[in-house]
Design a protein around this ligand. Structure first.
Ligand code: CUA
Length: 414
């Protein structure tokens, strides 16, 4: 009886092992994987792919030679019992072999080194590619450049159209000069253009990575790191913070939204609009939501036209919280993990309500119950009533222009 039970247990275990192995193997076949590193959609990502493929090919040949040689020799010679007189022929001090297995790997290393260094030079090179944009009615020649700021656990993107942005002009990462556009979670860029990035952090080390468009660049507090990316075509490209940065590191996502030139110009125009604030009316949920926002959210979040005069940074560790002026113009929120709109195009009231109700459950953080003097990291649970939550959701829906149906369809956050 015991033997039968053991057998069953054993076969169950091997079935479980097979399923796990198969699952892992098949997960490599996903055709629509958001973070696929092997499907470049931009120039720099293609250059990296162009380095990866020959290196993989060389590694593959070596793998076949070594494993093949091992199998061949073990089949041919096997393991036998040796007697003194049959001891195999020794090959030490064989000059041909010694030179061969020194030169062979050396040549391979030189080939890989040349490929690596030439790719490295190309991917770090930037070119002048100014585009004409109209900013608040004035035509400007803009060298596409975006300042990328990581913090626990979301990304900020800042656009300065009138100045040539560099580390000197930016000064202190924790006190950056006012920008023309400040957005969160999603970086909007013109498609087909090289966009230079200046990557920094306001708290701990993060790493910026949009696999389809380029490799990774660390965001380090106190430093400005240069990076770049470009997208061949309009679309949404997914990214993920890739440096462990605390509780919600895995939920620190971002997207690049690439637009053709006229849509990009339209986006710039929309980002400069200041949303109209509702008149006081106790019967209107939007009006009540605006009042609730002013009462509960303005010590961290900024909405132009509401608290732009009094805003002086957020009461959190990084000193910054997402600028919500155009909240509804982004197709994701909460650090790029939740969709702002449902698949049918309606506003995602359910997820937004849950985020306001239990932020610490949607996304682990350290924002409540902290010892004195320790600043929160992430969105605190404010203990809002259901009515306040519903009013705030109604108000947030009015902030900004809804993204196009194409962008909404392309933003599938799981
Ligand atoms: Cu930010 Cu990991």
């Amino acid at each position: 009886m015991k033997a039968v039970t053991d057998m069953r247990r054993h076969s169950r275990r091997s079935l479980f092992g097979t399923v796990v192995l198969l699952g892992l193997l098949l997960s490599g076949c996903a055709s629509d994987a958001e973070l696929d590193t092997l499907s470049p959609k931009g120039e720099t990502a293609r250059q990296i792919d162009g380095l990866l493929n020959p290196v993989l090919a060389i590694a593959g040949v070596i793998l076949v030679l070594v494993v093949g040689g091992l199998i061949y020799m073990s089949l041919r010679s096997g393991v036998r019992e040796y007697h003194d007189e049959e001891f195999p022929e020794q090959i030490s001090h064989n000059n041909t072999l010694e030179i061969g297995w020194t030169l062979g790997p050396a040549v391979i290393m030189v080939i890989v080194a040349v490929l690596t260094v030439t790719t490295h030079l190309v991917v770090n090179d930037t070119k002048a590619n100014a585009v004409e944009v109209t900013v608040e009615g004035a035509s400007t020649s803009w060298e596409p450049k975006v300042v990328v700021v990581g913090q626990q656990w979301w990304w900020e993107f800042r656009y300065y159209f009138s100045e040539d942005v560099d580390a000197e002009m930016l000064g202190d990462p924790n006190n950056l000069p006012p920008a023309d556009i400040v957005t969160a979670g999603q970086m909007v860029i013109p498609a087909g253009e090289e966009v230079e990035l200046i990557v920094t952090s306001r708290d701990v080390i993060h790493s910026f990575w949009i696999p389809a468009l380029n490799g990774k660049r660390d965001a380090r507090p106190g430093y400005f790191a240069k990076w770049k990316l470009s997208a061949d075509d309009p679309g949404v490209y997914f990214g993920q913070c890739t440096e462990f940065c605390g509780l919600s590191h895995s939920r620190m996502r971002m997207q690049v939204v690439a637009m053709d030139h006229s849509d990009f110009q339209e986006w710039i125009n929309q980002q400069h609009e200041v949303p109209a604030q509702p008149a006081d009316n106790d019967d209107d949920p939007v009006s009540r939501g605006a009042a609730a926002f002013a009462g509960n959210c303005t010590s961290c979040h900024l909405v132009e036209g509401v608290n732009s005069d009094s805003y002086n940074g957020a009461a959190v560790e990084s000193g910054s919280a997402p600028n919500l002026t155009h909240f509804a113009s982004r197709s994701t929120f909460a650090g790029g993990i939740l969709n702002t709109y449902n698949p049918d195009g309606s506003f995602n009231r359910d997820d937004l309500s849950e985020w306001l109700r239990h932020p610490e459950q949607v996304k682990a953080n350290a924002a409540n119950g902290l010892p004195d003097g320790v600043l929160p990291r992430g969105m605190p649970n404010l203990g809002l009533s259901e009515r306040t939550i519903s009013d705030l959701v109604a108000y947030l829906e009015t902030l900004g222009t809804k993204p196009s149906a194409e962008i909404l369809a392309a933003t599938e956050v799981e």
